[in-house]
Design a protein around this ligand. Structure first.
Ligand SMILES: Cc1cc2nc3c(=O)[nH]c(=O)nc-3n(C[C@H](O)[C@H](O)[C@H](O)COP(=O)(O)OP(=O)(O)OC[C@H]3O[C@@H](n4cnc5c(N)ncnc54)[C@H](O)[C@@H]3O)c2cc1C
Ligand code: FES
Length: 268
């Protein structure tokens, strides 16, 4: 039986067959795809799409973040890494294919109330960088000074540097020092002596843990979480994270309450 709240959610969630209009490999195993459809009008920075793999043996949809939104052309860009069978199939799809998309899903980044003269710090790692491009783009349009610090495993894995440079200063780190500064994003962030009005972050769990503790009490610091998902719309509780400082065990669902959370609010 479907509960009332579930029905409401079904009412809100959009399903659409979106057309794949461009796809290219931008780094080893990392693909950029452009999808076209009406759903683009509803998209917000930090939300994700829950995409059906066009293969009947793969029942679960795959969550992929929205990297850039262009409402004028009804297109959005997604950047994904080929991890397993589902993303491998996405990467082989011919232009003109249609993908069954559920979304736009989740709560994105809060970009409101930041305007001319404000300063934002973006901290991204690896395949967590894509959703931050739309964040930088919108903040830049709002007159915010944006500084992005991005970390990658090595030179080959560096993505979206040029895109982010359009919207502000970019500093890159690589774990092995083959590009930019050798080390982790924390190496750079710990050295910056400016104050930031807001911090936006997405990346590997270790990096988010660092951002969460460094900006634990900051009033406008946000981290975007990942977790294994099934329904992707708040019904199955496959994706829970636990609330910090709750008197008893309390959960939030990454797909519905997140993926973006304020720092200091969830157990990392
Ligand atoms: C909110 C959110 C946003 C994401 N955004 C991006 C993105 O922009 N780019 C990108 O490359 N990846 C992103 N991911 C991770 C991406 O969903 C997985 O890499 C992808 O589902 C793997 O599918 P697969 O069939 O290739 O791998 P398989 O390993 O064959 O997948 C098996 C199952 O595990 C699930 N799964 C595997 N890895 C993950 C993971 N890391 N997170 C969640 N579910 C997983 C799959 O959805 C599938 O149900 C995101 C994940 C979440 C939760
Ligand atoms: S994946 Fe089902 S509740 Fe989040």
């Amino acid at each position: 039986m479907v509960s009332d709240s579930c029905k409401k959610r079904f009412g809100k969630i959009m399903m659409e067959d979106m057309e794949l209009i461009a796809q290219e490999e931008i780094a080893p195993r990392i693909f950029s795809m452009v999808l076209k459809g009406e759903m683009v009008e509803q998209m917000l920075a930090g939300q994700f799409l829950h995409i059906r793999v066009p293969d009947d043996s793969k029942l679960l949809r795959r969550p992929i973040s929205i990297s850039e939104i262009d409402p004028d052309s009804h297109t959005c860009r997604l950047i994904y890494r080929v991890e397993g069978g589902g993303t491998a199939i996405f990467s082989q799809l011919p232009i003109g294919s249609f993908l069954s998309v559920m979304g736009p899903q989740g709560n994105g980044f809060d970009l409101k109330e930041l305007g001319q003269g404000a300063r934002a710090l973006i901290i991204g790692g690896g395949i967590g960088v894509p959703p931050l491009v739309q964040v930088a783009k919108q903040l830049h349009e709002q007159g915010v000074e944006v500084h992005s610090v991005l970390g990658f495993a090595n030179k080959e894995a560096v993505i979206l540097e040029e895109e982010l440079k359009q919207y502000g200063q970019v500093t890159i780190t690589t774990d092995d020092g083959t590009y930019g500064t050798k080390g982790y994003v924390s190496t750079i962030v710990d050295q910056i002596d400016k104050e930031f009005d807001a911090i936006y972050s997405c990346g590997a769990p270790g990096m988010l843990k660092y951002v969460n503790s460094k900006f634990y009490d900051h009033p406008r610091a946000y981290i975007s979480m990942e977790s294994r998902m099934a329904c992707g719309m708040g019904a199955c509780y496959a994706c829970v994270v636990h609330l910090e400082n709750a008197s008893q065990a309390a959960n939030k669902r990454v797909c519905e309450d997140g993926p973006v959370f304020e720092t200091g609010t969830i157990v990392m």
